[in-house]
Design a protein around this ligand. Structure first.
Ligand SMILES: [Zn+2]
Length: 253
């Protein structure tokens, strides 16, 4: 199995020119799972792959992470080959939030006959989920209100934090097997996001060497993070990943 993470966007909510923070997990060069679906992320995805993603994992419901879902609905619904087949994985706690944020527009089609969720195959989850023979674990992160943001982990391969303050208590468990950790980080932290000075205080050197930082404010900010010795993801960067632990894989791959 050859897994890779392609960064579709690396910017924070204001840094539109860096793309909505999102990535695609690829297996053997083919897209397996889109992580987050902001407006620019969907555009970047369609530009690269020419079709809707087979599956989307949503970390949380800020618009730079879910703002592409309405457009994805229209594209999915009006194509018989995709209608109701785009798997949308979301923590069960996010379902009412997603309903309010993207699914609650009165009459999704003016002509009637459709529900927003008809465009997707919604799969609520709690601790973990299976997708294409891989078992992904999810965990709460620290971003705004409790239980509104959830990271993603594939054991021994990678962790995607989503938007978060430092989460050493989570990474000591979910990144304990040498995983590459794609981590929210800007130059200056705030109550919602990690900053450069947080990293040295919260994380041990071994983990810091495995961090790949994204969700920053500008190219200049990326240079500051890189000058501090960190791997900073660039837009369109493809990161080769280690194979997952065999315990989280079933079937031929
Ligand atoms: Zn956010």
């Amino acid at each position: 199995m050859s897994l890779a993470l392609r960064f579709l966007g690396v910017g924070n909510a204001q840094a539109v020119e860096l793309g909505s923070a999102a990535a695609v997990l690829e297996r053997d060069g083919r897209p397996l799972l889109l992580i987050d679906c902001g407006p620019e992320a969907l555009t970047a995805y369609l530009d690269r792959y020419g079709a809707l993603p087979p599956a989307i994992y949503i970390t949380h419901a800020h618009m730079d992470h879910v703002g592409g879902l309405e457009r994805a609905f229209y594209r999915s619904y009006f194509d018989a080959s995709t209608r109701g087949r785009v798997r949308l994985y979301a923590h069960a706690a996010l379902v009412p939030v997603l309903q309010a944020r993207v699914a609650d527009y009165p009459e999704v089609l003016a002509e009637g006959g459709a529900n927003f969720w008809d465009g997707f195959h919604l799969i609520p989850l709690s601790r973990s989920f299976w997708h294409e023979g891989l078992r992904f674990e999810v965990f709460a992160t620290r971003h705004h209100a409790p239980d509104t943001s959830f990271g993603l982990a594939l054991r021994a391969s990678f962790v995607w934090t989503g938007d978060t303050r430092p989460i050493p208590e989570m990474l000591s468990h979910y990144a304990a097997s040498g995983e590459t950790v794609a981590h929210d980080c800007g130059v200056v932290g705030n109550p919602s996001h990690t900053g450069l000075d947080d990293l040295a205080r919260e994380y041990a050197p071994d983990l810091r060497r495995r961090l790949v930082l994204y969700h920053y404010g500008s190219e200049a900010d990326a240079a500051v993070l890189a000058a501090a010795g960190y791997h900073v993801a660039c837009r369109d960067e493809v990161l080769a990943l280690r194979d997952p632990d065999p315990a989280v894989v079933v079937g031929a791959s």
